[in-house]
Ligand binder design. Structure first.
Ligand code: CUA
Length: 349
């Protein structure tokens, strides 16, 4: 092999191999029974279709290169008619029918194993609403609302009740389950059973607009007690920007947060974002994520950027630099005001 050919081969094999592993893989590292079932079915389909492909290629090569039973003058002879018919019947009819029937049965069995939602006793209900281009998560029993980071208890079934606020989206958390669409006017359900605590990456799997590729989510599976604490805290109102001697915050930080709280309404943030308990006027419509505890999230903007003061400031100033096509408008403001607003938001833990 020449060097470029060898390099290309290594690149292709490497890419193909890496596609089978990592945090997004349903094959290498499933973290739930449903993901294992889907991965298992995939390997069965892969093995059978590979075998069929190889068999067809072998038959094709045989037909091309065999010596035909010829006439005496070297012209190609004619296959005896009975044998041809038998070949067509067996290889072209019976065998494919048997193989396809087998795969159909395997697929239906897998679908039955991973389906269900209503029959999961003790399941936690989470309402997930798709938006261009982020995920809203509501916990109707507790009254908590969050975005893009869906906390769930590990080891307990979780029913995701799926709707959309605008266009069709599709939720896909490869290590936990298959994908399912969020369709306008319809409610779908997905039953998750993460076995172990951990963070499972999810995506939008249906093209939904300019930022479809940056519509990410994280499923944060926590031990039951830790999750209960998270849920109780997130159901509660936002912390006020008042001084708290327990946190030992400097007066400067507190002043900054108090100023930032006033800026939240001055720059009309409240028209799209709710901060429960802050006493702002209610948002108009259902446009932006609930920010009541935004400071406690690890990421922002549909898992596009990490949640830090710097990236939050950049996001507020001009989100279109980070996510072109996003609904949030650019909001230019003096640096001192930006610092105060960011301090307020980061304080919403
Ligand atoms: Cu939402 Cu793609």
């Amino acid at each position: 092999m020449t060097r470029p050919v060898r390099r290309a081969a290594v690149a292709v094999i490497g890419l193909a191999g890496s596609g089978c592993g990592g945090p997004h893989s349903a094959f290498a590292d499933p973290a739930s029974d449903a993901a294992s079932a889907i991965g298992g079915l995939w390997w069965v389909l892969f093995a059978v279709t590979t075998a069929v492909f190889l068999a067809v290629m072998a038959g094709w090569a045989y037909a091309l290169f065999r010596r035909r039973p010829g006439g005496t003058d070297g012209a190609p002879g004619v296959e005896p008619e009975g044998r041809s018919l038998l070949w067509i019947l067996v290889a072209g009819g019976i065998l494919p029918a048997v193989i396809l029937m087998g795969l159909t049965v395997a697929t239906i069995r897998t679908s039955e194993r991973i389906a269900g939602g209503a029959d999961a006793p003790g399941a936690l209900l989470v309402e997930v609403v798709g938006h261009q281009f982020w995920w809203e998560a509501r916990y109707p029993e507790a009254g908590a609302i969050t975005a893009n980071e869906i906390h769930v208890p590990a080891g307990r079934p979780v029913r995701l009740r799926l709707t959309t606020n605008d266009v069709i989206h599709s939720i896909w958390i490869p290590r936990l389950h298959g994908k399912i669409d969020l369709i306008p006017g319809r409610t779908n359900e997905l039953l998750l059973r993460p076995e172990e605590p951990g963070v499972y990456r999810g995506f939008c799997a249906e093209f939904c607009g300019l930022q479809h590729a940056l519509m990410g989510l994280r499923i944060v599976a926590q031990p039951e007690q830790e999750f209960a604490r998270w849920l109780a805290h997130n159901a509660g109102p936002a912390e006020t920007a008042a001084p708290d001697p327990a946190t030992g915050e400097g007066q400067g930080v507190v002043d900054s947060r108090v100023a930032g709280e006033a800026l939240f309404t001055r720059y009309d943030c409240h028209l799209c974002h709710r901060v429960r308990g802050a006493g702002f006027p209610e948002p108009v419509g259902d446009v932006g994520p609930d920010l009541t505890h935004v400071g406690s999230r690890a990421t922002l903007a549909g898992v596009t950027i990490e949640n830090s003061a710097g990236s939050l400031a950049a996001w507020i100033l001009d989100p279109h630099q980070i996510k072109p096509g996003v609904r949030m408008p650019a909001t230019p403001m003096p640096a001192a005001e930006l610092r105060a607003l960011v301090a307020y938001l980061e304080g919403l833990r």
